[in-house]
Design a binder for this molecule. Sequence first.
Ligand code: AMP
Length: 280
Amino acid sequence: MTDILRRKAALRERVSGWKRAGEVVGVVPTMGALHAGHLSLVEAAKAACDRVIVTIFVNPRQFNSASDLENYPRTEEQDAEKLAPFGVDVIYVPDPDQIYPEGFATTVSVAGLTEGLCGAHRPGHFDGVTTVVSKLFLQTGADRAYFGEKDYQQLQVVTRMATDLDIPVEVIGCPTVREADGLALSSRNLLLPPEARAAAPALNRAMRGMADKLMAGAEIATLRPLAKAEIVAAGFDEVEYLELRAAEGLAPLPKAERPARLLAAAWIGGVRLIDNIPVG
Ligand code: AMP
């Protein structure tokens, strides 16, 4: 089994040996409850790096509600088993005081990119993400970091943060892994009641329908109410947002006039699902 390290000093010591040997270090930050989406990032990292660290930390600062944090699946043993075949070098599962020691008082915050979409509905979420991810970049000293397009806004925000802070890490985005029925893999899918799980692919299906019409020149403002009604009719409780944004920089777009991304968040069975797909 792969070594699990829980202290940053032990991690640093391990990584410094690799660095001295001139090895390229990759990191895959996760909150655990690993699935094939996470494992695709591990695979990409293994293919391009000499050494790979997978981090598992359920970051309290990026949750908006105590119940969401409490219910978040924690499956460390199974996670280690799932990682075993990939031959990663270290699983870093920091003790909470390794990330937020007594007296911790710093927040890393990215403006602009964080203001709409998930940022508008989850106050403080991205500050939690950028704070923990900057610490994981600095603690691991990784040369490359692998993130999923599944969390497209997060990918953009983390890339901006690393650039702005001169953290010498290359952020690499990897495509979303989906179930056969189109549902994007997510640790939160485990929390869906069976009926909700059966209805959940309707979100991606509606989005694909919209993307075709956007490609044919339709306006998002025309398509949105129809698509929302379709998603709710399929069994969703609420569509939080359904937006067309520039693929780079996330500026709102009325039509798919340049490389664009259709992004959505919606609630079903008490679970908030997000998805996004390229348009054009
Ligand atoms: P999480 O554990 O949810 O914080 O996710 C850790 C990393 O895995 C993030 O970079 C996510 O974007 C990525 N990820 C989660 N689900 C998927 C998926 N279905 N396909 C690809 N990457 C994913």
